[in-house]
Design a protein around this ligand. Structure first.
Ligand SMILES: *Cc1c(COP(=O)(O)O)cnc(C)c1O
Length: 392
């Protein structure tokens, strides 16, 4: 039995789709030119391929190709957006609003800015993981320069009300950044309709390769000023220097193109698989759904389990499925997830949590197997526990 566990961790990363890999391969060997080389065909063909991805990404979010800045991923895009705006606008104001449940790639740049004298408001979330818009409204100050709220949460999958947030920011002349690492290709995104000024993207959550992402930077109404965080050859209109990673960029374009083509059908299929999993798990007493029941990523299910130890649960699941737990999320630490804690959970429930990230290559058969094994593991752990406590 050397069968590997069923992969259900698509909020951590996804495999590269074969079609994406096929598009990338010629750009490692045959079309290896530097897109900045303007004097020969090697450079021109690489530049043409990069331009094509710019166009695909821009079309995907209703932006223009000139508004796409390639980065090494969403972590870098978030850093560039937040620190870049802070540095460019500090004379206008030094207050930033974000949310307690953001990814650490948003929280940590904000905390860093705090050490430089910026003031940061970390909004709380409601029981369902969504922000309270009246709390946001009250948080605005005359010196607020930026609001950063993610599109889709990487742990509990909830989709924040971007249109409402965008409208509130625009009304007050405050820039709006959203981390859309989990959202691109999965839910419709329109920077005009949603009034988004900066948006972070990444390829590896949508069946592209790791190590490539992008930042959308609005050029008109308003034109966003951004202080570069990496200086050098002046690539990406000076906002992000460094030779462009052509194969990864080509794959990013292909990945988003495929995701958009399949979005409607895949949303329905993944929603059904998620419901199939939840219908089985919710038969068991003491299993709680984390995050809003419907306003969430189609492939994300996150649960907390009463009466079991979190690490024992994860250990019991490991042979059958590759999932992640709220407490193991930022692998180096064993503290309970800041997202689940923000939902108001007790420490036990925050620890005993499982994130199921269902993706393109999962089947109904796998979901049933996962559901059965999860239930069996929970029941066996509870039984052991009640024996340990003297069979109460
Ligand atoms: C994965 C993820 C990131 C980090 O993206 P990288 O491309 O791996 O740097 C940032 N934010 C969210 C919400 C994510 O899910």
């Amino acid at each position: 039995m050397s069968q590997r566990p069923i992969y259900l961790d698509c909020q951590a990363t996804t495999p590269v789709d074969e079609r994406v890999l096929a598009a990338m391969l010629p750009f490692f060997t045959e079309h290896f030119g530097n897109p900045s080389s303007i004097s020969h065909v090697y450079g021109w063909e690489a530049e043409a391929a990069v331009k094509q991805t710019r166009e695909i990404l821009a079309a995907a979010i209703n932006a223009t190709p000139e508004e796409i800045v390639f980065t090494s991923g969403a972590t870098e895009a978030n850093n560039l957006a937040i620190k870049g705006v802070a540095e460019a606008y500090f004379q206008k104001g030094q207050h930033i609003i974000t949310v307690a449940t953001e990814h650490s790639a948003v929280l940590d740049p904000c905390k860093y800015l705090k050490t430089l004298g910026f003031e940061i408001t970390f909004l709380s979330v409601q029981k369902d993981g969504l922000i309270d818009l009246t709390e946001l409204e009250k948080a605005f100050r005359p010196e607020t320069i930026l609001v950063s709220v993610m599109a889709a949460n990487n742990e509990i999958g909830v989709l924040q009300p971007l249109a409402e947030i965008g409208a509130m920011c625009r009304e007050r002349n405050v820039l709006f950044h959203t981390d859309a690492a989990q959202a691109i290709g999965k839910i419709p995104l329109d920077v005009q309709a949603l009034k988004i000024d900066l948006m972070s993207l990444t390829a590896h959550k949508v069946y592209g390769a790791k190590g490539i992402g992008a930042l959308y930077v609005r050029r008109r109404n308003p034109r966003v000023q951004l202080a570069p965080q990496q200086h050098g050859g002046g690539h990406e209109r000076g906002m992000r220097s460094g030779t462009l990673y052509t194969p990864q960029i080509v794959g990013f374009g292909k990945a988003v193109e495929i995701a958009l083509q399949e979005q409607v059908a895949e949303t329905e299929r993944l929603t059904q698989l998620r419901q199939r999993l939840w219908e089985q798990l919710s038969q068991v007493e003491g299993i709680h759904l984390n995050g809003h029941p419907t306003q969430r990523l189609p492939g994300n299910l996150n649960i907390s389990v009463e009466g079991v130890d979190g690490s024992a649960l994860l250990l019991g699941l490991q042979p059958v499925m590759a999932v992640s737990s709220g407490s193991a999320c930022s692998s180096a630490t064993t503290a309970p997830s800041h997202v689940l804690t923000a939902l108001g959970h007790t420490e036990q429930l925050a620890y005993a949590s499982i994130r199921f990230g269902i993706g393109r290559f999962n089947t109904a058969e796998e979901i049933d197997k996962v559901a059965q094994h999860t239930i069996a593991t929970i029941q066996s752990l509870r039984k052991q526990d009640s024996f340990a406590m003297g069979n109460r």
